[in-house]
Every structure is written in C-alpha cells, then in structure tokens.
Design a protein around this ligand. Structure first.
Ligand code: COS
Length: 383
C-alpha cells in the first residue's frame, strides 16, 4: 500500500490551501453571519477549475483523479464549509451524473458553463414526504408532445437559491413511481420554475439551501437524463460518489476545528500556563488529531476505489459515516477546549460545530449509511 501523494496531488492541494487562506478565510465569518453566497470568490474558484474538477477535458473539466478532488474539498471546507458544500454538490451529484449519463448533446450544452463555474448546479431529490425514503417522491413529469410537464416541490436543495442547472428527480409514471423514476435537467428561468424559501439552517449558512417549486413547468423531452425509469439508479450512483465528497468535507471541517483548537490551546493561559500544557487538553487534542486522520484515510481509500472503478456504495458510505461523526465529535471537543468562548459566535469553533452536524444528515443520514453498509456486509457473509 502506498500512502504517498503524487507531486501533482500535492500541487493541487497547495493551490486549494493557498486559495482558501487568501480568499475564503477573510470572509468565512461574515458570509456565515450574513447568509451570503460570495460571488467574487466563486468566480475565482471557477477560474481554478474547482467547478469541473473531474469532468472530461473536452467539456472544460480538469479530469483530476478522485484523491485530488477530495484534497480540494477538504482544504476549502477546512476554512469555509459552506463553499466546500457548494463545490462538492456541484461536482459530485450534478456534473458527475451529467458526464456519466448525459448524451452528447446534453453534455455539449450543459457541461461547459457548469465546469467553468459560470452556472451552478443543484441536485433535487428530497421532498416533504421523501427524505431517506427517496422512492416516495410525489413529483411528476407527464409527457405531452415533445415536452415533459413537470410538477415538483423539492426541499433542502443545496445551491438552490443560485442554481441554473438542476437535476430534478421525478416520476413519469405517477401510478408506479419506482418504474417511472426519472432524472430531468431543468434550467432556471423556465416558465413555472420558482425558487422557494431559503432554509433557515443552523449551519452552512453561506450556502443558499432552498426549496424549488415547479408548477406545470414545460421541459424539453431532450432534457431527460438516461432513459425513463433510470432515475433511481442515477440518483443512487450520484450519491455513492457524492458521499465521498461529503466525507472529504467532513474531514476538512474536523481539520479546521482541530487547527483553531490547537491555536487556542497555545494562546489561552489558565493556571499560569497555556492550556496546551495541561494533560487533559493534550489528550483531547490527541484524540481529535487521530480521529481526523482515520477519517481522512477512509475517505481517500473510497476515492481510490472510485478511481479503480471498484464497487463504491459500501466504501463511500463508510467514509461518510465515519467522517461525519468525526467532524461532529472533533468540533464538539474543540468547543470544550475553548470553554465559554467556544460557545460564543466570536470564535470560529462555534461555526465548525454548527457546520459539522450537517455532514451526518445530508446525502443520506448516518442511519442510511448504516443500512447501505450492513446490506453489503451481510451479502458478503452469504457469499
Ligand atoms: N447504485 C445503483 N443502483 C442502486 C443503488 C446504487 N448505489 N442502490 C440501490 N440501487 C437500485 C437497486 O439495485 C434496486 O434496483 P432493482 O429494483 O432493479 O433491483 C433499486 O435501486 C431500489 O433499491 P432498494 O430496493 O435498495 O431501495 P430502497 O427503497 O430499499 O432504498 C436506500 C435504498 C435506503 C439505500 C435509498 O433509498 C437511499 O439511499 N436513501 C437515502 C436517500 C438520500 O441520500 N437522500 C438525501 C438526498 S441528497 S441531500
């Protein structure tokens, strides 16, 4: 086993680290407080190709490997998780399924502005009555001539408030949702398309997570991704990849929480010495560092398996489950190290604490990851 990063992977990580330090660190607190999507920084991320990291070169992508992809998501999330989320979702569950399942016309039309970061992507699966139980969606797409008439109420849509190209999961057979489950590309501005309320989330506040409402929205038949009935497999395949991105994001949040806790422990004097001299604090820091490193290894292993085209569901679920729990635990320990100041909005650990929690919920809750993992383990036992 070789755990060494290649020269290119290290270069990409350095570039992402420098970008995050220079462009995101100065605004991370402010955009969280204001709930603002930072278009200036987004534009710069576009010019660094962060919006098309794994997409084919032919469509403006960088065709990086999945390890490099994770390193970038980690470095961005280490400083600003809301932006880590924006690019993880855009790359993993929009650009990736479009690259995999789109036909040549769809790829030529939709990919170049997405990979350039000129347009932002969103993945719309969740509905009020279909969260973990994704097959319970109620939205419909009825074929009428050369268009689908789509009616949908999608909620918790990451990037929803700013997205231009959205993959909407809906059913073309309202009486048989499973067989009719389909993925349709919808463009912002199509008559009947409406951005609903922004979610008032506790974390990731720089990301405009919103509902998306489609009312008798006429979408060209040519926007169907794959075939009618392929939608569930497209969604699940996208989430298998997406969960690696969320795991990388959680590693970044955990690392960021550790960074600020180390700094604080060296600065804060109690009992006449810096906190870092107290063994109780050292033990917490040691556990935090070990957990983050273990989460990173699981995440990079899942990324490696993806590049080897191995079976991805179980490794990506394990990485997301472990990394999400790690981010929450490490951020919580960081709050503890900061004491009363950790509970204050004046210190960044409070933001890490709020942001971390989401990684245990979106793109499949911990319990969904456990279902995916247990199914695989039990299958192996039967073999
Ligand atoms: N890749 C490709 N196909 C998959 C798949 C995957 N990872 N997982 C399941 N499928 C296929 C199955 O093979 C099955 O196909 P057939 O009907 O042809 O056999 C079909 O999809 C249905 O699968 P299954 O019976 O396992 O469906 P369940 O309803 O039991 O759901 C879970 C499975 C729970 C894993 C799924 O609903 C899930 O991941 N839910 C969470 C959704 C989620 O993450 N929501 C967050 C949205 S993004 S913020």
């Amino acid at each position: 086993m070789d755990f060494t990063l290649s020269v290119k992977q290290k270069q990409i990580r350095r570039m992402a680290r420098q970008f995050a330090k220079a462009e995101l660190a100065p605004i991370a607190k402010e955009i969280d407080e204001e709930g603002r999507f930072p278009w200036g920084a987004v534009e710069k991320m576009g010019s660094l190709n962060f919006f098309g990291m794994q997409a084919p070169r032919q469509y403006g992508g960088a065709e990086t490997d999945s390890i490099s992809y994770c390193l970038v998501i980690e470095e961005i999330s280490r400083v600003c998780a809301g932006m880590g989320l924006a690019i993880a979702v855009h790359n993993s569950v929009v650009v990736y399924p479009l690259s995999q399942f789109g036909n040549d016309e769809q790829k030529a039309k939709f990919l170049p502005p997405l990979t350039a970061g000129e347009k932002v992507g969103a993945f719309c699966l969740t509905e009020p009555n279909a969260g973990s139980d994704a097959l319970s969606i109620e939205s419909t797409a009825i074929l009428d001539g050369n268009s689908y008439v789509v009616n949908a109420n999608k909620i918790f849509v990451t990037n929803g408030g700013v997205a231009d190209t959205l993959i909407i999961f809906t059913s073309v057979k309202p009486g048989d949702v499973k067989r009719g489950f389909s993925a349709i590309l919808v463009e912002r501005g199509t008559p009947g398309f409406e951005v609903g309320l922004l979610e008032n989330n506790c974390g990731m506040r720089a990301n405009p997570v919103s509902s998306i409402v489609l009312t008798d929205c006429r979408v060209p038949k040519a926007n169907l991704l794959g075939q009618e009935g392929d939608g569930f497999k497209i969604a699940m395949g996208a989430l298998d990849t997406g969960r690696i991105g969320i795991a990388a994001q959680a590693v970044g949040i955990g690392q960021g929480a550790l960074d600020v806790s180390l700094k604080y422990a060296k600065e804060r004097i109690q009992f006449r010495v810096p906190l870092a001299r107290h063994q109780a604090i050292q033990m917490m820091l040691a556990d935090m560092g070990t957990m983050v490193e273990a989460a990173r290894l699981l995440t990079l292993q899942a990324a490696h398996i993806k590049d080897q085209r191995g079976e991805l569901s179980c490794p990506s679920a394990m990485a997301k489950l472990f990394a999400g729990r790690t981010a929450s635990k490490v951020a919580s320990m960081g709050v503890q190290i900061h004491g009363g100041y950790g509970y204050s909005k004046d210190y960044p650990i409070e933001r890490y604490f709020r942001d971390a929690r989401a990684t245990e919920i979106y793109e499949g809750t911990n319990e969904i990851q456990q279902i995916v993992i247990a199914r695989e383990l039990l299958k192996r036992e039967e073999d």
